[in-house]
Design a protein around this ligand. Structure first.
Ligand SMILES: *Cc1c(COP(=O)(O)O)cnc(C)c1O
Length: 224
């Protein structure tokens, strides 16, 4: 058994009212079911095909979070059921999500991803792009932008990571004062296995934790 149920209970206690998204990418359905049996309902996935397969096979009351880099041409596959898309990193993608949401006759909740880490490889908007996307979102009736998402640097220097999270929280608060941002502005998704405690201290409302719960992922991840 690879799922660490003890750790799950420990983390749940530690998190209190902070939302835990259990990141189950690359992990089998049985692992998800083990946490489901303990009451976990929020699961995060990075790959469209994998998410579509899991959604079809697993209980319908799971809230599926898409946390990976989403390509516009794949939005249509997850639009019927996705609960929250964390990694919206362009206005163009937001427009496509709106288009697919209209077709599904639903409103899709989204977070805008901000680039806060030093690494070049991590996706996300800068502040100007963020402002433009927020302004544009007002004209997209079938997406609801609920907040921001960010990934800290992959670094042992946790004070550096803390600074990145603090920056994101400040931006999150600043956006909430924007006229176009409505009452749904409530989610700040930051913190992973290695830095969730710091993220919480810096005001995260939602953490995305994979390897602490499910064990290390064995194969190299594609493109994230
Ligand atoms: C994989 C992933 C996580 C979880 O990472 P762990 O270090 O295993 O907790 C969180 N967020 C994103 C965006 C990811 O791609």
């Amino acid at each position: 058994m690879s799922v660490n149920l003890e750790k799950y209970n420990e983390i749940k206690k530690e998190l209190g009212t902070t939302t835990l998204v259990a990141v189950s990418k690359t992990k089998p359905n049985e692992d998800i079911q083990e946490l489901y049996a303990l009451g976990q309902r929020d699961f995060g996935e990075n790959y469209v095909q994998e998410l579509v397969d899991k959604e079809a096979a697993l209980p319908k009351d799971i809230r599926w979070h898409f946390i990976g880099h989403l390509q516009s041409n794949k939005v249509k596959y997850i639009a019927p059921f996705v609960y929250l898309i964390h990694g919206v990193d362009s206005f163009k993608l937001l427009q496509e999500i709106n288009k697919q949401a209209v077709k599904q006759n639903r409103i899709i909740d989204c977070l805008l991803q901000v680039h806060i880490a030093q690494e070049e490889t991590k996706f996300g908007m800068n502040e100007t792009e963020l402002e433009e996307a927020l302004a544009g979102a007002a004209a997209l009736p079938n997406v609801r932008v609920c907040g921001l998402m960010g990934m800290g640097s992959f670094s042992d220097d946790l004070e550096k990571v803390r600074g990145e999270f603090r920056f994101l929280k400040a931006l999150f608060d600043k956006c909430s004062e924007w006229p176009v941002v409505g009452i749904e502005w409530a989610i700040l998704s930051m913190g992973m296995s290695g830095d969730y405690a710091i993220a919480m201290e810096e005001g995260s409302t939602t953490v995305r934790i994979g390897s602490l719960l499910f064990g290390a992922r064995t194969y190299k991840e594609k493109g994230i």
